[in-house]
Design a protein around this ligand. Structure first.
Ligand code: AMP
Length: 180
């Protein structure tokens, strides 16, 4: 299920670069302009549905917060459940959590202990973008810690030069729609 050059262009052209956000030196990939572009959003979701419809998945887990948008839309297309992986302190019931290192300091992500009611659930983890891989690596550990089968980790964009995908690939295969 390869993305055609034409579809790649439609998706890539819909994402805008915002320089020096949230701080100087960062080029922020803004996907709000993909979401409000129905052609680009549908092109992306058609591609993800095509790829994952044969994976026999039980759940899509999305990473806080842009992973929720694509993850929930994909889960609905695949007619399966959606599970949020959230930043610390947002989930109301019993959670497991995983700490990870940022450029300065630490952050934590959490998942509900009973997030996957089905035993040995087949799970796809998704986020909009992988940079250093710290967030996705911690999220992948969470999914595995609560005994789910992490089938693949998917990103819309991969900042390939940062090698974050290599870290995540220790847990499961990594697929990115577009490498930058
Ligand atoms: P990392 O843990 O370094 O892989 O960072 C991944 C998380 O930070 C994802 O949830 C992204 O949405 C966000 N992120 C990091 N860098 C960027 C960027 N240049 N543009 C947009 N989002 C980013």
């Amino acid at each position: 299920m390869n993305l055609s050059a034409e579809d790649r262009k439609v998706i890539l052209d819909s994402i805008r670069d915002i320089k020096d956000f949230p701080k100087e030196g960062i080029v922020f990939k803004d996907i709000t302009t993909l979401l409000n572009n129905k052609e680009a959003f549908q092109t992306l979701m058609n591609h993800l549905e095509d790829r994952y419809k044969s994976y026999d998945l039980d759940y899509v887990a999305g990473i806080d917060s842009r992973g929720f948008i694509f993850g929930a839309a994909l889960a609905d297309r695949l007619k399966i459940g959606f599970v949020p992986v959230r930043k610390k302190g947002k989930l109301p019931s019993t959670t497991v959590c995983e700490k990870y290192e940022l450029e300065y300091g630490f952050d934590e992500v959490e998942i509900h202990l009973d997030a996957f009611p089905k035993k040995n659930a087949r799970v796809l983890l998704i986020d909009d973008l992988i940079a250093t891989g710290g967030t996705a690596n911690a999220a992948a550990k969470l999914v595995k810690n609560i005994k789910a089968d992490l089938v693949e980790v998917c990103f819309l964009l991969n900042l390939k030069f940062l090698d974050g995908d290599k870290k995540v690939a220790e847990h499961a295969p990594v697929y990115s729609v577009i490498d930058i």
